[in-house]
Design a protein around this ligand. Structure first.
Ligand SMILES: [Zn+2]
Length: 448
């Protein structure tokens, strides 16, 4: 290691810190800086987290800052892990900082929407940082998903050209060189500002590693007394809640408005996506304190978690259960088929196994659910068809990303992990999913 670690700035992403290390230490190129930082350039480098550090860098960093503090205050950890179960949260924190585990293995990281594809910045923050520190840097809170404004300056965030994902070619792009001087566009919508400020406060609040009341239970009691729950507390009107929420958030032009399916999964306690939880909690008027440090009487928690358990065992009315699950299943099947469920966007075959996993239905239930089975049958495809579809997807993705550069077989293999040996079974299906020239291009990559 030839460089010197600078001081990390308030709310700076670790990735940004590494970018500045690269510049300040005068490395001739990215590759050499990355070799000094990472254990292996191909081993989960990360813009949102820490990545796999090499032993020397690990020692240097751990001698300057406590590693947990770095992860809690300078990575996107609070966004992804804030609402997961307590033991999982503790384990994830440990494994990120000590085993340098890939974050994808520790909690759910959903694919990004259009508004979150690139690192974002506030032009006013950048010029203030230049004045105060002599350089701009990447702020963590600007990278929160669905965040499109700077609370401090009440202005719109700008998308840089630097991708926010860590895959493909990982490079260090210092904010100072990327961010140009730009006029700020100010925002007057007070509701929009209020919701953004809510998300920011939730990110910045100290992480509670002891409270183990599940987010499903917290939101359940947050619905009490609203029109979305009957006075007995037995039935919830999720559809109306979802409709009202969607109208509300579309009006403040939020980028990714939670779908009925996401809201339902979250209320049932099967999902804990940061943005969805914040949208539900803010809409229901749950204070940040009640969301993060709820003080629910023990008997209520037991009753709730107990109820859920027995209700989940076997549905009382299979027809009603089938009916209720159908819209969820439809969405899940569509997401699996089109690749919205995977981080890379890779389309998958809609199997029962994936349905059980992502729709949160206990195994073997579909046998009793004719409506849901009918939905599945519409997505039916053979393995060969699915592989043909994946090949077309990978080819088009690479073509779009690399613009004019040619696509090589090794790039496709890296994306799909597919071997050429079954090519003759797959190729007859290519033209079902692509025009002739694309199909031919893929065939020639397969040497056919
Ligand atoms: Zn700002």
């Amino acid at each position: 290691m030839t460089g010197f670690m600078p001081v990390i700035y308030p709310d700076e992403l670790i990735y940004s810190w590494f970018c500045r290390y690269y510049v300040h230490s005068g490395y001739p190129n990215n590759r050499m800086a990355l070799e000094d930082i990472l254990y292996n350039r191909h081993n989960n480098p990360s813009k949102e987290f820490l990545g796999h550090l090499n032993p020397e860098m690990e020692q240097v960093i751990k001698s300057i800052y406590p590693i947990d503090e770095l992860i809690l205050e300078h990575t996107m950890f609070p966004q992804y892990a804030r609402f997961i179960e307590c033991p999982k949260k503790k384990d994830a924190l440990y494994r990120l900082g000590h085993d340098f585990c890939d974050a994808h293995l520790l909690f759910t990281i959903l694919p990004r929407g259009e508004g979150d594809k690139y690192l974002k910045y506030c032009p006013v923050c950048a010029s203030e940082d230049r004045e105060q520190y002599g350089e701009a840097y990447w702020h963590r809170k600007h990278q929160i998903r669905n965040m499109d404004l700077c609370i401090k300056h009440r202005c719109k965030l700008i998308n840089s050209k630097i991708t926010a994902t860590s895959s493909q070619t990982f490079t260090l792009n210092p904010a100072e060189t990327v961010i140009k001087e730009e006029e700020a566009v100010y925002i007057a919508n007070s509701l929009k500002l209020k919701f953004a400020s809510y998300m920011e406060q939730v990110i910045e609040a100290p992480m509670d590693l002891e409270n183990d009341i599940s987010i499903g239970t917290i939101l359940f009691y947050g619905m009490e007394g609203t029109k979305y729950m009957s006075s007995t507390g037995k039935t919830r009107n999720t559809q109306t809640l979802a409709d009202d929420m969607q109208r509300y958030y579309r009006e403040i032009s939020l980028n990714e408005v939670a779908s009925m399916y996401q809201i339902q999964r979250t209320l049932l306690g099967n999902r804990s996506d940061f943005s969805v939880v914040c949208q539900i909690a803010f809409y229901l008027g749950i204070s940040i304190d009640n969301l993060l440090h709820p003080s629910l009487p023990e008997e209520l928690i037991l009753k709730r978690e107990g109820n859920r358990g027995s209700k989940e065992e076997t549905p009382e009315d299979w027809n009603q259960y089938d009916e209720e699950m159908a819209p969820i299943l439809e969405k899940v099947a569509c997401d699996i088929y089109h690749g919205n469920i995977s981080d890379t966007g890779r389309p998958e075959r809609v199997s029962e196994r994936l349905i059980y996993k992502f729709a949160g239905i206990p195994n073997h239930r579909l046998g009793n659910m004719p409506k849901c089975r009918e939905i599945l049958s519409r997505y039916k495809e053979t393995y060969a068809q699915n592989w043909a579809r994946k090949l077309v997807w990978a080819y088009q993705k690479l073509k779009n990303e690399n613009r004019d550069k040619p696509v090589f077989w090794c790039n496709i293999r890296e994306l799909l992990g597919v071997k050429k040996k079954n090519a003759d079974v797959i190729t007859p299906f290519l033209e079902q999913y692509a025009d002739k020239s694309t199909a031919d291009a893929i065939k020639s990559l397969l040497n056919l």
